[in-house]
Design a protein around this ligand. Structure first.
Ligand SMILES: *Cc1c(COP(=O)(O)O)cnc(C)c1O
Ligand code: SF4
Length: 387
C-alpha cells in the first residue's frame, strides 16, 4: 500500500510550502497560497523550476526539455506539494511530470484517438450521441495531465477564443432541438472568470430544449482554491452538475475536501472521472482508497476510463484485461456507489463502451445463468411468454 505523503502535521506542511515559495523567490504566506490567481501565476513550468522541486531522473530531465513544444507542462503549487521529491514512481508525479517516453509513438497511437474532430459540426463542439453534445470551452488547464486525450488542442492554441466561436455554437444548438444535454469541457471551464462563465451558461440555458448542463473540470483537484462562494453561486444559478477528475487518493487533501464541501453544500451534484494509469492507480487497493475517499467528500465515482491511445502515453497505459480484473475486485466487494462504470472511449469515434467481465454465462429459452461477484453460480427465469 502506498503511504500518503501529505504530512498531517501543519508545521511540516508549511515547511514544504516554504520551500516551494522560495523557488519563486517568495516566502510562504497562507493568504497568498489560498488565492487561486497566485497559484496560477506560480505554476511549475520551466525545467529549472522542476530541478529545484524534485530530484529529477535523466528520463524526466529529457522529458521536461523535449516535450514542452509537444504538450505544455504546468503544475500548480498546490499539486506540486503532493509530489514525493525523491520517488520517481510517485503516483502524483507520474501524472504531471513528463518523461522522455512521451516522444515514443506506439502502434495504434493517435493524435485524436476519440475522433472528436471528425464529429465536430462547428469548431469546439462535438456532437456524437443523439441527445447531447460536448462543448470545448477553452484550451487551458490549471495543470497538464500527461495522458490528456485532448493534448492536440489543450495548451496548443488549437482552439479559437470562445467569444469568436460562441455565436456559431449557439446557432447550432438552437437548430438542433434533439440536444437536451450540454457538457462543457476543454481545457477547464472553471478557469473562466465568474462573469464569463455566467454569460456562457446563461446563453446556453436560454435555449429552450437544453435541460441539463454539466461541466467537466479538474480544477477542484489541481486548484481547489478556485472554488469560491462566488463561483458556487454561478454554478447553482444555472443548476450545473460537475464531473470532477481524480486519479489517486492522495489528491483528496484538506483543501480539496473543503472545496467539495462548498460545492456539495451549495447544491451542486458531484461526480468523478478517473483514468486508469499504470503505476498510478492500477491496483485494487489504490482504486478502493480513491473511490472511498471520494464518497467521504460526497463525490460519486462516475467513470473509470481505459487510457486513450494518445501518442506518447504507452508508458502510462494498462491492458484492458488488467482493467477488467480490477473491476471484478471492486464490484460486490465494496459499496455500489464506490464502483464507477469502466469504459473505453472507442478509438475512431465509437463513443464510450462500458466494459465488464462476463456475468451472464448462458441465456437460452428464458433461462439465465449468472455468475455473481464472489464467483458463485445462480439462475434467473424470464416470465412465461403469453402467446
Ligand atoms: C463523454 C462524452 C459525452 C457524455 O457522455 P455520457 O456517457 O453521457 O457522460 C458526450 N459527448 C462526447 C463527445 C463525449 O465524449
Ligand atoms: S485537466 Fe483534462 S483537459 Fe486538462 S490536461 Fe488534464 S485531462 Fe486534459
Amino acid at each position: 500500500m502506498k503511504e500518503n505523503t501529505v504530512p498531517a502535521d501543519p508545521l511540516i506542511r508549511s515547511a514544504r510550502r516554504e520551500e516551494i515559495c522560495r523557488i519563486f523567490g517568495e516566502s510562504y504566506d497562507p493568504a497568498r497560497w489560498n488565492d487561486w490567481r497566485w497559484q496560477m501565476r506560480h505554476r511549475f513550468i520551466k525545467p529549472e523550476q522542476f530541478e529545484e522541486l524534485l530530484r529529477l531522473t535523466p528520463a524526466e530531465r529529457r522529458g521536461l526539455t523535449m516535450s514542452q513544444e509537444k504538450f505544455a507542462v504546468a503544475v500548480t503549487p498546490h499539486f506540486a506539494e503532493l509530489i514525493d521529491p525523491d520517488d520517481p514512481a510517485c503516483p502524483i508525479r507520474l501524472q504531471v511530470v513528463p518523461r522522455e517516453e512521451e516522444l515514443l509513438v506506439g502502434p495504434g497511437d493517435m493524435t485524436d484517438p476519440c475522433g472528436e474532430d471528425h464529429d465536430s459540426p462547428v469548431p469546439g463542439l462535438v456532437h456524437r450521441y443523439p441527445d447531447r453534445v460536448l462543448l470545448l470551452a477553452l484550451d487551458t488547464c490549471a495543470s497538464y495531465c500527461r495522458y490528456c486525450t485532448r493534448s492536440r488542442l489543450v495548451s496548443q492554441g488549437g482552439l479559437e477564443p470562445l467569444p469568436r466561436r460562441l455565436d456559431a455554437i449557439v446557432e447550432y444548438l438552437e437548430q438542433h432541438t434533439e440536444v437536451r444535454d450540454v457538457l462543457l469541457s476543454g481545457g477547464d471551464p472553471l478557469l473562466m472568470s465568474e462573469d464569463r462563465l455566467d454569460d456562457l451558461l446563461g446563453r446556453i440555458s436560454a435555449i429552450p430544449h437544453i435541460e441539463f448542463l454539466r461541466i467537466g473540470s479538474r480544477v477542484p483537484c489541481f486548484l481547489p482554491q478556485r472554488i469560491t462562494p462566488e463561483l458556487v453561486a454561478v454554478l447553482r444559478k444555472h443548476r450545473v452538475w460537475l464531473s470532477l477528475h481524480f486519479c489517486h487518493a492522495r489528491e483528496i487533501t484538506l483543501e480539496v475536501g473543503r472545496a467539495c464541501d462548498l460545492l456539495a453544500d451549495g447544491g451542486i451534484p458531484l461526480g468523478s472521472q478517473t483514468v486508469l494509469l499504470k503505476g498510478v492507480n492500477d491496483d485494487v487497493q489504490s482504486l478502493k482508497e480513491l473511490f472511498h475517499a471520494l464518497l467521504r467528500i460526497r463525490v460519486r465515482p462516475y467513470y473509470l476510463y481505459q487510457c486513450d491511445p494518445v501518442i506518447g502515453t504507452g508508458h502510462l497505459r494498462t491492458t484492458v484485461q488488467a482493467g477488467m480484473e480490477l473491476m471484478s475486485g471492486l464490484r460486490g466487494h465494496t459499496s455500489g456507489y464506490a464502483v464507477p462504470t469502466y469504459a473505453i472511449d472507442a478509438p475512431g469515434g465509437g463513443g464510450k463502451v462500458p466494459i465488464q467481465a462476463q456475468t451472464i454465462l448462458e441465456y437460452e429459452n428464458g433461462h439465465v445463468n449468472l455468475r455473481n461477484w464472489a464467483g458463485q453460480y445462480y439462475s434467473y427465469f424470464d416470465p412465461p411468454e403469453h402467446a
